[in-house]
Design a protein around this ligand. Sequence first.
Ligand code: MN
Length: 241
Amino acid sequence: MDHAVAVPPLHTLTVAGRHERFPVNRVFCVGRNYAAHAREMGKDPDREPPFFFMKPSGAVIDASRDPAVPYPRKTANYHHEIELVVAIADGGRDIAVADALEHVYGYAVGLDMTRRDLQLEARDKGRPWEFGKSFAHSAPIGPLRRACDIGHPANGAITLTVNGQARQSSDISKLIWSVSECIAYLSAYEELEPGDLIMTGTPEGVNAVLPGDVMQGAIDGLDGIRVVVSQGHVEEPRRPA
Ligand code: MN
């Protein structure tokens, strides 16, 4: 087929122990899905319905191949958010909670990197979060582990260190909305498709990183992620609070 302009790249992720790669379709992200993180963002952690924002597929970095995360333009407060990532194998709409895990291909450790200054400015003005959340290279993700190999993790430590110092530490059992509930809820609004990713939200302890910082994330039972913030476009970056 002839195309009128250059064909956009397909972004893919490594599958641990397999030669085939996972093609990334859309990236759905859950906001405020751990109570302690909702509180640190100044919000009430009551169990209100989940809400979602999206990143483009081009936000995804296969961290096992490319461990560099460029410091983005137009921010002075670049934050880490360690998250459990769910990869969808089979799509569908109006998926029942009881059936939701049958649609999962696998799981990985990922980072929802955030231009916090831009996100909070948008939030407080009632504007979309795109510039704070939905930019290139903002989703470094480790290798996927297939659900047929490891099952469906429902509890276990989720941690992030920066330069070896603890920053985020929680347990995925503290998700306000479980993986099954997120899939069911989301599929009522949007038909899920193969290749979709769901980033399930971050626990407390989000903070700033600077060029040269080494971030190491882990979730029990999954392959860890190790990435380095590379010199991108720094304009007086803020030190960690
Ligand atoms: Mn997040």
